[in-house]
Design a protein around this ligand. Structure first.
Ligand code: AMP
Ligand code: MG
Length: 278
């Protein structure tokens, strides 16, 4: 557990993230078949009780932003994280190519509407970061438009943070080799072929442009109030472990407590149900 503090995946605001210096295959020296299983169970159990507290207290919301290249494991991470939580307390929102209506508004319009209410956990499968990632790489907006967005995003996330929303941002970091493997799997496995999207191959050809755009987003929007974490994601079991660890640390920073019970709770006597009449 010691070697898996969430700080392993985070750098101080102002420093630059260099993705090529972060190993997507990292496993922190943890043995998958040994300690990993116990660790995951322990972390999941703690996450579960934190979530109950978050829900019961209704003071904070938790927003988990998930970003990564195609096949990076966003869906798998969501399945894993959801496993720890009561489904009633979680809302997952995927962000796709914007609709005509969404494009007719500022880029944060659709995002803000999906921010979880207090007591809830929101998971974004992609997010407002697409507006400085795919939009930048594919030149869907002029540079002066996407350049201004880093600061706009920081201000927006500050607003959320000041209003009780804990924002945690996870970049699932995979290697191009691992992506090739996963794409081939999607191509050949009947139960995965539905996920195969030729458009993903075009994004793959722009791999390095995306990495640069990611480094800028991770660096320029790594704030004290909405930190970025880079999660080595070539190994799914380690990715899940790391994500659980990070979320646990975020919860621990929230000072959650169950709300006070009704006064004199001990004085209540649970009555017998009266006899049925007639
Ligand atoms: P996926 O999450 O792989 O199912 O696909 C969603 C697609 O929507 C990805 O290719 C994203 O890059 C794209 N997308 C999401 N948000 C935006 C955006 N703001 N502008 C353009 N494309 C987007
Ligand atoms: Mg895609």
């Amino acid at each position: 557990m010691k070697k898996l503090g969430s700080q392993r995946f985070h750098i101080a605001p102002g420093e630059r993230y260099h993705l090529k210096h972060i190993d997507p295959h990292d496993d922190a020296g943890i043995d998958e078949k040994g300690e990993a299983k116990d660790l995951v169970e322990e972390l999941q159990a703690k996450l579960q009780s934190f979530q109950q507290c978050l829900y019961a207290q209704g003071r904070h919301a938790l927003l988990i932003v998930l970003q990564g290249m195609d096949t990076g494991g966003k869906d798998g991470t969501i399945r894993h994280v959801m496993g720890a939580f009561d489904p009633q307390g979680v809302i997952v929102t995927p962000f796709k190519v914007p609709t005509e209506e969404e494009l007719a508004h500022d880029f944060l319009w659709r995002i803000h509407k999906a921010v979880p209410r207090r007591g809830m956990i929101g998971i974004f499968n992609r997010s407002h970061y697409e507006d400085v990632l795919v939009v930048r790489v594919r030149k869907l907006a002029p540079e002066e438009v996407w350049r201004a967005r880093y600061e706009q995003i920081n201000q927006f996330e500050k607003l959320l943070s000041d209003n009780g929303v804990a924002v945690v941002k996870l970049f699932l970091h995979i290697s191009p080799e691992e992506q090739a493997e996963r794409l081939r799997e999607r191509q050949t496995r009947p139960d995965k072929q539905w996920k195969f999207n030729p458009g993903d191959l075009e994004d793959r050809a722009l791999w390095h442009d995306f990495q640069t755009a990611y480094e800028d987003a991770l660096t320029l929007c790594n704030t004290a109030w909405a930190p970025w974490y880079v999660v080595p994601a070539d190994r799914k079991w380690f990715r899940n472990l790391a994500v659980s660890r990070i979320l646990l640390d975020v919860f621990e920073g929230l000072e959650l407590a169950f709300p006070k019970p009704v006064p004199d709770i001990d004085s209540y006597v649970i009555p017998d149900v009266p006899e049925r009449q007639g």
